[in-house]
Write a new protein. Structure first.
Length: 212
């Protein structure tokens, strides 16, 4: 795809934010998604969990996040560059037709107008093939593209590969994770779940987009 690019969800105390002038990442210990500076300007904050890797931190504020092309459920190629001028929510999920993933994608479906009104495109991404994505999308009447990262290129680029998923030795899925890329192509928010059973905080994701 676009190769794109913790509620208990925080699973830790650290929050980071990107300074608007130099995109340097700073860490603080606050349980917030968006807060106000003393000047009253909104600063985007990002939840990070204990054990967060340097690569995740490097993605924040990155002007050129990974932009590999992936096939959607209709086998059409899509990449981040297709959405230049829009914000993009990249929602990585472990597997089509699994319980929490179904709940997550259906929640984004039901809230899609909230994101559309903010000039934001939602994209779901998993390692499932395009045909499985098509069945999953049709079965749940999903109204946004689902991208197939069957080569695992994108999950590795975003450092959200999940090895041995569901006890299947050698099977690599995607971790449940959300990235927000602004209309200038800068990664402004990221969240990675502590385990596949934890959903993102949808209100927090919307707040992150609204702060752009």
């Amino acid at each position: 795809m676009p190769v794109l690019t913790e509620h208990p969800a925080y699973c830790g105390d650290s929050v980071g934010y990107v300074e608007e002038h130099d995109h340097l990442l700073h860490l603080a210990t606050r349980h917030v998604a968006v807060h106000l500076s003393e000047a009253g300007h909104q600063i985007l904050a990002t939840a990070v969990y204990r054990g967060d890797t340097g690569r995740h931190r490097r993605l924040l504020g990155r002007t050129h996040p990974p932009n590999s092309a992936l096939h959607d459920q209709d086998r059409q190629q899509r990449s981040l560059s297709d959405y230049k001028g829009q914000n993009v929510v990249l929602a990585f999920y472990p597997g089509a037709f699994t319980g929490v993933c179904t709940t997550e994608m259906c929640t984004f479906r039901d809230r899609l107008e909230q994101f559309n009104s903010l000039n934001t495109q939602v994209l779901g991404i998993s390692v499932d093939g395009a045909f499985a994505q098509k069945g999953f999308s049709d079965h749940n009447n999903l109204n946004f593209p689902l991208l197939s990262d069957f080569t695992r290129q994108v999950v590795n680029q975003y450092d959200v590969a999940l090895p041995n998923f569901a006890g299947m030795e050698g099977y690599v899925a995607a971790q449940r994770a959300v990235f927000v890329v602004d209309k200038e192509g800068v990664v402004r928010y990221k969240w990675v779940g502590p385990n596949p059973g934890v959903e993102p905080d949808y209100d927090e994701v919307r707040a992150a987009v609204a702060a752009l």
